[in-house]
Write a protein that binds this ligand. Structure first.
Ligand code: DX5
Ligand code: ZN
Length: 214
């Protein structure tokens, strides 16, 4: 599987988004965390900011919706420029209907599962998904520690589907990236590890090398 690094702009300087995006020019995807203050106890950015980012960045957008009713918003995020639309299985929307709507819109559907959600819940949808996001922290904030106990869920999905993208999100750094890769993940979100480093381009390269070395 292709190794992809998806830096999370949650840890970037929102006052200088354009130049922050230029600092991660070697990223494979741009991870955008959308939070509604309801599904998670934090509010971040919405579709208008994504529309503006799209004007200055041609790397595909990996939009992680941490919102209560994703079905109601997938059209809006597709229009704003999301390439991958990822929503939580724990949200209030109907899972199958939301996946189908994303496909209908010509975008790549992904489902995210929180650390305490059973991996079995996502298995019925694997055939239609481009990606599964396995959260390795409780969603809501950057800068938390990687939960190793989640790794068996990645192994289980990889066992069933050798060809699906498996993304890990939360606490991914130069060392935990290897643990996640070992378990079978191939798409790595990193917020603080990338934007907290002096040279984000180098951080992306190191994360990729460490994941590839497994
Ligand atoms: C957390 C977000 C993550 C976050 C990761 O709810 O989904 O994408 O930005 O940040 P780090 O890499 O700092 O744990
Ligand atoms: Zn995220």
């Amino acid at each position: 599987m292709d190794i992809k690094i998806s830096p999370s702009i949650l840890s970037s300087d929102y006052a200088n988004l354009k130049s922050e995006l230029e600092k991660i020019s070697n990223a494979d995807l741009i991870h955008i965390d959308v939070m509604d203050g309801h599904f998670v106890p934090n509010i971040t950015i919405g579709a208008p900011v994504i529309t503006a980012m799209k004007r200055v960045c041609d790397i595909p957008f990996d939009v992680h919706l941490m919102i209560s009713n994703p079905y109601d918003y997938v059209d809006t995020f597709a229009k704003a420029g999301a390439d991958i639309i990822c929503f939580h299985i724990e949200s209030e929307s109907n899972t199958a209907a939301t996946v189908d709507r994303i496909l209908y819109l010509g975008k790549k559907p992904a489902i995210a599962i929180k650390p305490d959600t059973d991996v079995e819940e996502v298995l019925p949808y694997l055939d239609k998904l481009s990606m599964v996001l396995v959260m390795t922290v409780e969603p809501g904030f950057g800068g938390q520690s990687f939960m190793e106990r989640v790794l068996p869920k990645i192994e289980k999905i990889r066992e069933i589907r050798s060809d699906i993208d498996i993304e890990v999100d939360g606490g991914v750094d130069f060392s935990t990236v290897s643990l996640a890769a070992q378990a079978g993940a191939n798409v790595f979100v990193a917020g603080s590890a990338v934007f907290g480093s002096e040279c984000p381009n180098d951080a992306i390269e190191t994360l990729k090398n460490n994941a590839q070395a497994v």
